[in-house]
Design a protein around this ligand. Structure first.
Ligand code: GBH
Length: 488
């Protein structure tokens, strides 16, 4: 191990049944975008629209994991993982998406094959139903998640098909990946599919001041109905668990002595995280700070929705990458503000940086903030935390040279963050049960195309078969967990 002294005291501090491995998403890795009757998703449409993706690329082939899943499972096994988190492509399983539309056997067969391959290799599947790829047909039919009444039965039906066909082998379900990122990037900034916002230079339609909150509400409510279905019809027999994964960065006050900045940092955490987490884990309703700023632009839960949403996740699924400094604003909130009327900064009042720069503008290494966030979530919600994504890019990874494959920057990131996980368990008493690094291989990073490499495996995107080259971080992660997970 690179710096064993740093983690020496962390031997065996993680539970013996701790799950660790890598996370991916269907659109980012599968390819086969129209293979075997797969229907289009909003990301296929988005990527095939000129100028939407930074490098003009599409995920048509991505990294071909639709075809190379056996090779990938073997490589993952060589990395020592105990679990693998991936998402299902809804339009591969139900090409037109709706409850009365036909199921595509070939699509289901692919996921059955992948799951069987994992299980044969002793790797536990964690399956996400939705990682941003709404079937295009539902977007066209009724506006996708803008239409809660139409959308919810369609999502619940899709979930039912998955539970029925895969639930005998899948014991860890995640309904939605990062509902907040889907809403803000897709409906507030308009830089992700379905590309709606108030910014008419970028998007022909949309309203950033209302739609993100409407769509967020649809996500919560449809999640809750899918969970109700699982609990009533499947959980007893299949004995799995089900929950939701939320994204959140940590927010530190810009001036730690200024009460207004302290409040602003808490408000930022509430707008980003508690927006979804309070309804699910705490109150069955949105945080008061959001209601105060947004008024009736924030939907109201009906009594039934609230009751169903509260307690609708068996665990806290946590994705987190970085920390920002947050400063209060003295001006009234903009109509299109979604962050709690704050400013996000890279340095604090003393000029201290939020961390070393990666190859991704928003992401800087800050393991101390990660540990604080784990504590904040644990204190506020008190439910076991499953870390479902965490990772980084690194500058200048352009070819599989010896130097690039010896990815020191990424190694230091993981040593810091995985160390923070173990310390949060050992020293702070936080209940943490999984860690999935983002990600297994370099892949199609949404609107950034193939420019942002998050993998512990380098992929030669130019090569016909998307050749894989292991980076050293894969070995370091294995060594860290072999050291920290308690042996039975
Ligand atoms: C995850 O999202 C995704 O689940 C995964 O698919 C993706 O590949 C991975 O991260 C890496 O990006 O307003 O400047 O703060 C993380 C999502 C990305 C959410 C950046 C918010 C906004 C930038 N985050 N983002 S900023």
């Amino acid at each position: 191990m690179a710096k064993p002294h740093k983690v020496k005291d962390l031997k065996g501090v993680l539970r013996s049944d701790f799950h660790w491995g890598y996370a991916t998403a269907a659109t980012q890795v599968e390819g086969g975008w129209n293979a075997d009757d797969k229907g289009l998703s909003i990301w296929d449409t988005f990527a095939h629209t000129p100028r939407k993706v930074k490098d003009g690329s599409t995920p048509d082939d991505a990294v071909l994991s639709y075809y190379k899943y056996k090779e990938d499972v073997a490589l993952m096994k060589s990395y020592g993982v105990t679990a693998y988190r991936f998402s299902l492509s809804w339009s591969r399983i139900i090409p037109l998406g709706g409850k009365d539309d036909p199921v595509n056997e070939a699509g289901l067969q692919y996921y059955e094959n992948l799951i069987d391959e994992l299980l044969e290799n002793g790797i536990t599947p964690f399956v996400t139903l939705f990682h941003w790829d709404t079937p295009q047909a539902l977007e066209d039919r009724y506006g996708g998640m803008l239409n809660k009444e139409m959308y919810t039965p369609d999502f619940v039906n899709y979930a039912r098909v998955c539970f029925e066909r895969l639930g005998d082998r899948v014991k860890h379900w995640i309904t939605y990946n990062e509902p907040g990122v889907y809403t803000l990037a897709g409906y507030a900034a308009g830089v992700h599919a379905p590309a709606r916002s108030s910014n008419r230079k970028l998007n022909a339609e949309g309203d950033s001041s209302t739609e993100p909150f409407i769509v967020g509400h649809t996500e919560l409510v449809s999640h809750a109905y899918a969970v109700q279905l699982y609990r009533e019809m499947f959980q007893h027999q299949q004995k799995g668990m089900i929950g939701i994964t939320l994204h959140g960065n940590y927010s530190e006050p810009w001036d730690s002595d200024d009460p207004l900045d302290q409040e602003a940092a808490e408000r930022a955490r509430e707008f980003e995280i508690a927006w979804y987490a309070d309804p699910v884990y705490k109150t069955g309703d949105y945080p008061a700070s959001m209601r105060a700023q947004l008024g009736d632009r924030l939907p109201h839960f009906t009594a039934e929705e609230s009751k169903l949403t509260l307690g609708s996740s068996d665990f806290y699924g946590m994705n987190s990458y970085t920390t920002f400094f947050v400063r209060h604003l003295d001006t009234p909130p903009d109509i299109n503000d979604h962050s709690g009327n704050i400013e996000k900064l890279d340095t604090n009042k003393q000029g201290v940086s939020r961390g070393p720069e990666s190859d991704t503008y928003w992401l800087r290494t800050n393991p101390a903030g990660f540990r604080k966030l784990l504590n904040w979530i644990w204190k506020r919600y008190g439910i076991p935390i499953y870390i479902t994504e965490n990772g980084t890019t690194a500058k200048a990874e352009t070819e599989p040279s010896e130097e690039v494959l010896n990815d020191t920057f990424r190694i230091e990131f993981f040593e810091g963050y995985i160390g923070a996980v173990a310390r949060a368990v050992k020293e702070d008493g936080v209940d943490i049960r999984s860690y999935f690094a983002w990600t297994f291989t370099d892949n199609w990073e949404w609107a950034a195309g193939y420019t942002d490499r998050f993998g512990v495996t380098f992929v030669d995107f130019e090569s016909k078969d998307k050749k894989r080259y292991p980076k050293k971080s894969a070995t370091v992660i294995r060594e860290l967990f072999q050291h920290m997970v308690k042996k039975e």
